[in-house]
Ligand binder design. Structure first.
Ligand code: KG4
Length: 383
């Protein structure tokens, strides 16, 4: 009987990754080559450099994943690869390499949607912890169609918030007939939440990626110091203020969604910029850049945080983070309530955020909902 060994390859942005998973339930190896050091000096991902780094890393990363799992290519049953969305040139490296490996080894090739990958990172973690708790379940992964029946569909269905550098999307994920289906419930109409973290961090002269820096600094500031707010998106405003005229606009995914479940993070970015200018924080932010570049790691304690940022800047950072998380919570829990979802998954890079985890967990408990996040071992960490 095949062991159900799948080599997964991911090159959608600034990390070259390969992992081997057995029967969709056990991670045998996971190797990630981060490009943070390459992009940090530019304050963001440079797509051409990302493609070049993937070309350099892909062969050693895949070899390392095989070695860590004590396997060779001939042991594999299939190859999976992130097919998009992501940076075109970066994706191309992973897809081309995966295609070549699959062709040369006569293996099936599975194209994986990037956002579905984020959702399944949490589901895989859950299956792994279930199989640790009851070892006899280890050989019966949740993706095997025989393990699904209509009685467990509703309890396994989940509202998934995918919150990363490129996406802020709400999906209703439902298992059916051995696979999963996804219904888009809400999404950002402009920037992703992670992008807002990265851009605000850049504006404040902090390191890249900005999320972990803001996360580390926010805990030393007052989250109520700056009252940021989010306006309710009105039905036609998210179509650019114009009524939908063309057929395409009328049927565009955003136009069909409930505006209460739409996000917008470009406004808070501008609000932070105005605050920085009005309160004379620009020069201070500029002066911080060289200190941040000299030490890649976000501050680990109050002294280090205060040495890097005066208290008003820490308060601004804490208020920004608090407002973004508040908006993510408000819309996610409203969507869960309206759909009758009893289970929430929060995934993507921003799901590593400490305040986000604490507040989502507390609110889910208060409402009697189940909530899960990806393991912190998968988070974006500065080198
Ligand atoms: O999921 P991910 O690694 O890649 C994408 O698919 O985009 O997400 C990266 C994003 C970046 O915007 C990064 O700043 C953000 O996740 N991020 C965080 C944290 N760790 C990573 N945002 C807030 N708090 C964090 N601790």
């Amino acid at each position: 009987m095949p062991r159900g060994l799948i080599l997964g390859i991911e090159t959608s942005c600034d990390e070259t990754a390969a992992a081997i998973v057995e029967r969709g339930a056990r991670t045998l190896s996971s190797v990630v080559a981060s490009q943070i050091a390459t992009h940090a000096r530019y304050g963001g991902v440079v797509p051409e450099l990302a493609s070049r780094e993937h070309l350099r890393a892909i062969v050693p990363v895949v070899r390392a994943a095989l070695a860590e799992a004590n396997l060779t290519l001939t042991d594999l049953d299939a190859i999976a690869v992130t097919s998009g969305p992501g940076l075109a040139g970066a994706l191309l490296v992973g897809i081309t390499y995966a295609k070549a490996l699959a062709y040369a080894n006569n293996l099936p090739l599975i194209a994986v949607n990037h956002l579905e990958g984020h959702i399944h990172a949490v589901l895989l973690n859950e299956r792994e912890s279930e199989s640790h708790a009851s070892p006899q379940a280890a050989g019966a992964p949740g993706l095997d169609s025989e393990t699904w029946d209509s009685s467990n569909l509703s309890s396994r269905s989940a509202l998934a918030l995918v919150v990363s550098g490129g996406h802020t999307h709400l999906y209703l994920a439902r298992p059916a007939h051995g696979t999963w289906t996804y219904t888009l419930i809400g999404r950002t109409v402009d920037d992703a939440a992670g992008e807002a973290f990265d851009k605000v961090a850049k504006l404040l002269g902090l390191g890249y990626p900005g999320g972990p820096w803001i996360d580390a600094l926010a805990r030393y500031g007052n989250p109520r110091a700056v009252p940021f707010s989010f306006a309710q998106i009105k039905p036609k405003v998210h179509l650019g203020g114009k009524p939908a005229r063309t057929k395409a606009a009328k049927t565009a995914p955003i136009a069909r969604l409930n505006p209460h479940f739409l996000f917008s993070f470009s406004g808070i970015k501008t609000a932070v910029l105005r605050y920085v200018e009005l309160h004379g924080l620009r020069a201070e932010a500029k002066a911080r850049v060289s200190r941040v570049l000299a030490n890649f790691h976000p501050p680990q304690n109050r002294e280090e945080a205060l040495a890097l940022c005066p208290q008003p800047t820490l308060d601004l950072i804490a208020s920004f983070q608090h407002a973004v998380i508040g908006d993510l919570m408000k819309k996610t829990f409203a969507a869960a309530e309206s759909l009758g979802a009893t289970r929430i998954l929060v995934t993507g890079g921003v799901a590593a955020n400490r305040e986000l985890r604490e507040r989502f967990t507390a609110e889910a408990q208060r409402r009697g909902l189940r909530i899960a996040f990806p393991t912190l071992a998968l988070r974006t960490t500065p080198p």
